[in-house]
Design a protein around this ligand. Structure first.
Ligand code: ASP
Length: 431
């Protein structure tokens, strides 16, 4: 939308503000107007929002596969791939462990849920089972790669693409046609990303209006303590942990945070790290100056295994539920929470609401009633949106640090606040 006076980020922000206002108004005044709910909230808005999310998801598998194959072949050096994997995995696990520890400390200080009135028995929640870790590891290898692609199983797609890319490199001259094909395909898919991003303001407007029209704001009040502790821990973690990580990695955090805004808005509106992969990848490469060889691997990997925001919610929720049920948690339980939540984040995909499934696992580990989840489910949609924004920020921060350590980050591009301005291809080319 180069013809627009506003940048894409500004357009999305305006769309969010308008959606919030309209959604709250509809919730306050038109809740009982059946036709508004049927035709507008569950009709028009639902259709537009769902099309937008589906369009983003449509891009994920082709984009990740093609760009990862391209990245691995461009890397050439297979041992570099091993190093990047170890660094990225290590940092993803470390940041998640820090996130949940921070959440537990904050929750232990504030003690949300003490004196919570609601009778816990009124609520019912039936969790879906989370997969055991051994199965997660086995499942990383796709027995049927076409099925993996068709079902969008990210870890399997990543493993297959890595192997495919390595094989192209090893095949050298004989693999050249396939290599060229993938490079050309990459350019085409990038154009598709650009087209879908033009839908963003409208899509975001529909998603946000719908959320608030359904939820309203008053639902937050009874759970204000829990909500505020999670929200504060999310903000603290995003600023302090990622700020420190970038600094230690030799990068100034300010350009990073500035350029992450539009990605965070996508994550917030869709509540899905997976759906945000195309935007996060594009932002990392075009605005943060990360080489495709690193970003094409670490961003999709992070979307699947790195969920710091989700871990934070789990830490606070555990303390909250323990308080409501009058259960005392000691150090061993806290450590169990840290370990379980960190491991749980590996096996579960970055899609909306998955945090609750992981929470069921964590609660089970420390012997808390899983039904407790029903207490917090009311505010979970909003917190899901917030924590997804933190999740994708973590993926990008680790990506920048790993890239910098591999010499795969262009410092001048990273520092340039207007680089690839607002992900808009027309302007990026002018820069
Ligand atoms: N929606 C989150 C994500 O996609 C996961 C969750 O916390 O439920 O990263």
């Amino acid at each position: 939308m180069s013809s627009s006076r506003f940048s894409l980020t500004t357009q999305i922000l305006i769309a969010m503000g308008a959606g919030l206002a309209l959604g709250v108004l509809v919730n306050l005044f038109l809740k009982d107007a059946g036709w508004v709910q049927t035709w507008f909230v569950d009709g028009l808005l639902h259709v537009i929002g769902a099309i937008f999310v589906a369009a983003l998801k449509m891009l994920v598998v082709p984009l990740v596969f093609v760009s990862l194959v391209g990245g691995v072949t461009a890397l050439g050096d297979i041992s570099a791939l091993g190093r990047i994997s170890v660094k990225a995995l290590g940092l993803y696990l470390l940041t998640t462990a820090v996130a949940i520890s921070l959440a537990l400390v904050l929750a232990a200080l504030v003690q949300p849920g003490q004196g919570f009135e609601a009778g816990a028995g009124e609520f019912v929640y039936q969790p879906k089972a989370a997969p055991p870790l051994s199965q997660v590891i086995i499942d990383m290898v796709p027995a049927n790669p076409i099925a993996a692609l068709a079902q969008g199983k990210m870890l399997q797609v990543i493993v297959f693409a890595l192997l495919f890319g390595v094989a192209i490199t090893l095949a050298a001259e004989r693999g050249r046609h396939v290599l060229n094909f993938f490079n050309d395909l990459g350019a085409v898919i990038e154009q598709m990303v650009d087209i879908v991003m033009k839908l963003a303001p409208l899509g975001v407007f529909a998603l946000i209006t719908q959320t608030f029209a359904r939820q309203g704001l008053d639902i937050i009040l009874p759970l204000a303590g829990y909500f505020l502790v999670v929200a504060s821990a999310l903000v603290l973690h995003a600023l302090l942990t990622y700020g420190a990580l970038l600094r230690l990695g030799g990068l100034n955090p300010l350009p990073f945070f500035w350029k992450m805004r539009s990605v965070q808005l996508f994550a917030f509106s869709t509540a899905s790290s997976n759906a945000t992969i195309p935007v996060n990848l594009k932002n990392a490469e075009e605005r943060l100056g990360v080489d495709n060889t690193v970003a094409s691997f670490t961003i999709p990997l992070g979307a699947t295994i790195n969920m710091d925001g989700t871990a934070i919610m789990q830490g606070v929720a555990t303390v909250f539920i323990a308080n409501v049920y009058g259960v005392h948690l000691g150090l061993p339980e806290f450590l169990t929470v840290v370990l379980t939540a960190t491991l749980a984040s590996i096996g579960t995909a970055g899609v909306p609401g998955v945090g609750l499934i992981m929470l069921a696992m964590v609660l089970g580990q420390v012997g808390l009633p899983v039904e407790g989840i029903a207490l917090i489910i009311g505010v979970d949609r909003l917190l899901d949106m917030m924590r997804t924004a933190v999740n994708v920020t973590g993926d990008a921060a680790v990506t920048c640090v790993v890239a910098r350590s591999e010499g795969a980050l262009q410092p001048a591009l990273y520092r340039d606040y207007r680089a690839g301005y607002d992900l808009e291809p027309e302007r990026a080319e002018l820069d």
